[in-house]
Design a protein around this ligand. Structure first.
Ligand code: FES
Length: 228
């Protein structure tokens, strides 16, 4: 009889638990489906400005302004100094190094070039022709009628000293390197497509449109040439 009572109680307890679970499930379904359920958050009036008066300085307004200006000015000066250093360092890093600057200029000892001879100097990866012209060559260069030239240029405008002709050894047609002491005009001849340059490096025949280019150069001393 006692075991029957115990079994009855267990049955009743399990039935109560099952009904609680069903109730819980049905409650969840109700909450999800009910769009008009009240929000758990309180509405906030976002237009209301909090009172900061207790944080405000009680001191003199002018003194406060002075301190503010001083702080702003000091911070501005420190920032400007920092920015200046940063820009300076950046420019220093971007500028050419000493070995690159050395290559930008080439020094030539003219005493080693006999009259009537050419030398080819490599400058910034390009050939530069330096010719020690004879008096006859200078006279020939000056005797040409400039108006008849494709790229009219006086010989005197192409040299700083008549005996020294300095020019880039790059054909103005498509960039080949012309051969010295060759061609129909006793100057340079470009074998790529047959351009002839005279003893002043001016184009006289062939497809090249312009005279050979004159680079920047100077004579700092009597027998010294600086190209670049
Ligand atoms: S590159 Fe010299 S003639 Fe064409």
């Amino acid at each position: 009889m006692a075991s029957l009572t115990t079994a009855t109680r267990a049955l009743a307890r399990s039935s109560a638990i099952r009904s609680t679970r069903v109730a819980a499930l049905s409650t969840t379904a109700t909450v999800r489906g009910d769009a008009a359920a009240p929000s758990p958050f309180k509405p906030v009036d976002s237009t209301k400005v909090p009172d900061y008066s207790k944080y405000m300085s009680k001191g003199n307004k002018n003194t406060n302004a002075l301190i503010s200006y001083f702080m702003v000015g000091t911070m501005g000066a420190i920032s400007a100094a920092g920015a200046k250093d940063t820009v300076q360092e950046f420019l220093k890093n971007m500028s050419a190094s000493a070995d690159v600057l050395a290559m930008a200029k080439v020094e030539v000892d003219l005493a080693t070039i006999p009259e009537g001879k050419n030398v080819i100097i490599k400058w910034r990866g390009k050939p530069v022709f330096v010719r020690h012209r004879t008096a006859a060559e200078i006279e020939e260069a000056n005797s040409v009628k400039v108006e008849s030239l494709r790229d009219p240029e006086q010989d005197a405008d192409r040299v700083k000293k008549p005996e020294w002709l300095v020019m880039l050894g790059v054909c103005t047609h498509l960039g080949c390197v012309p051969i010295g002491e060759a061609g129909d005009y006793g100057g340079w001849f470009c074998p790529c497509h047959g351009s002839h340059y005279d003893i002043s490096g001016r184009i006289r025949k062939g497809p090249a449109p312009l005279n050979l280019e004159i680079p920047a150069y100077d004579f700092p001393e009597e027998d010294k040439l600086i190209i670049g």
